[in-house]
Write a protein that binds this ligand. Structure first.
Ligand code: SF4
Length: 110
């Protein structure tokens, strides 16, 4: 039996986070990844509202209407999947800013 070591998190058909599965479980950086991990542990959902329609996704980031970390820039520019650490890529403006600053204000769960 083989088990994948790399995990991909998709939102509306786009990869929003890619990392080693152990790294993702211990330190997910995208708010959607964090919400999925929290939901798997039956914690209180970390997102608000309903999922967006894939036929009419919001402008900018697809998660921005549900994301507790969203800011004005999230509505203007769709985030691209960029490295935040070796082998770890995230499509989130806040996670990328935190990676550059060396902070992680959102913590393990928003
Ligand atoms: S880009 Fe903005 S809206 Fe999208 S997940 Fe990151 S903080 Fe939330």
């Amino acid at each position: 039996m083989r088990i994948a070591r790399r995990a991909l998190v998709l939102l509306l058909g786009r990869i929003v986070e890619s990392a080693d599965s152990a790294v993702l479980a211990a330190g997910a950086r995208h708010p959607y990844s964090r919400a999925l991990i929290a939901a798997a542990g039956l914690a209180r959902p970390a997102l608000h509202g309903d999922p967006p329609s894939p036929l009419r996704p919001p402008t900018g980031c697809a998660l921005r209407l549900r994301c507790p970390l969203a800011h004005d820039g999230c509505a203007q520019v769709p985030p691209t999947l960029d490295p935040v650490a070796p082998g770890h890529r995230v499509a989130c403006h806040v996670a990328q800013d935190e990676a550059q600053d060396g902070t992680q204000a959102g913590g393990k769960a928003p």
